[in-house]
Ligand binder design. Sequence first.
Ligand SMILES: Cc1ncc(C[n+]2csc(CCOP(=O)(O)OP(=O)(O)O)c2C)c(N)n1
Ligand SMILES: [Mg+2]
Length: 315
Amino acid sequence: MDIELLTEAYTVMKKIRRFEETLAVLYTENLIRGSMHLCIGQEAVAAGVGLAMEAQDKMTTTYRGHGHVIARKTPIKYLMAEMLGRETGINKGRGGSMHFTDVSRGVLGANAIVAAGLPHAVGAAYSAKYLKEKFVTVTIFGDGSTNQGAFHEALNLAAVYKLPVLFVCENNLYSEMTPIEEIVPVEHMAERAEAYKIPSYIVDAYNVEEVYEVTKRVIEEIRAGKGPAFIEMKTYRLAGHMVGDAEIYRSKEEVAEWAQRDPVKIVAERLAKKGINVNAIDNLIEKEIEEAVDFARESPWPDPSQLFEGIYYGE
Ligand SMILES: Cc1ncc(C[n+]2csc(CCOP(=O)(O)OP(=O)(O)O)c2C)c(N)n1
Ligand SMILES: [Mg+2]
């Protein structure tokens, strides 16, 4: 990454960090309802993958997907309004934290159901192949998702049909509150892709440059027609699984050790050493967040008469 791109990666990571730290505060004020899963600590995946994708590419993500959507450049004021359940939200306040969807920017949907985004991505990739379009679909999911049937069905179909889809596994060492090593028989989730003859890569995802470089190369290969690929991002969430998580399943020392490698902090220091005015970037982000909060707070609630708008059913 040249310095310009690294600065961009930092800006994305920091925006995600501050967006979510702000959510945590708003949550305590009862302005956000329901469960909320933060990606604090995992921002380098969002930033690196987001920068490696092209405008026409598509994505599916999970309930831990705020960062992925921010990296796709959805203006945060619409995401903030969505968090607060307002009509001006990206999904008119109907989706909330776990369902950010922005089709205009290729975000086909976040999903509360573990591994549900993988088959959706495979469907999108099938359409690209069928219609001879050049977009690549990226699906991001957690380590725990690799135990779901939908994961295996999606990988199998993608491999057999040679579909232009990139599987990105965020291995943050835990499936909810369970250490992943207790519930899978493999050391690396990438081994599971090998079983389907899908080329797989393991990345230190606390290094945003490595995330970007590997993802960029792999997406180019997929776009050139090589079929699906799988990247395991070794990462760690510094926040709890969800708001209110007592975190009794891991030690404070373990969290502190990962926090020392916090990519947001480390990249900021590197940029500052190279003469980049990091404070100026941070101030702009603060301003954008403040404006987003004001926009969301001042936005109207959805009209109850439109409760069923956008809901479809079959006869
Ligand atoms: C099909 C299904 N089963 C169970 C759950 C409850 N659940 C929510 S998050 C989660 C853990 C998923 O872990 P992982 O895929 O590693 O993602 P992470 O939360 O670590 O990002 C579970 C079991 C769910 N949402 N969907
Ligand atoms: Mg996990």
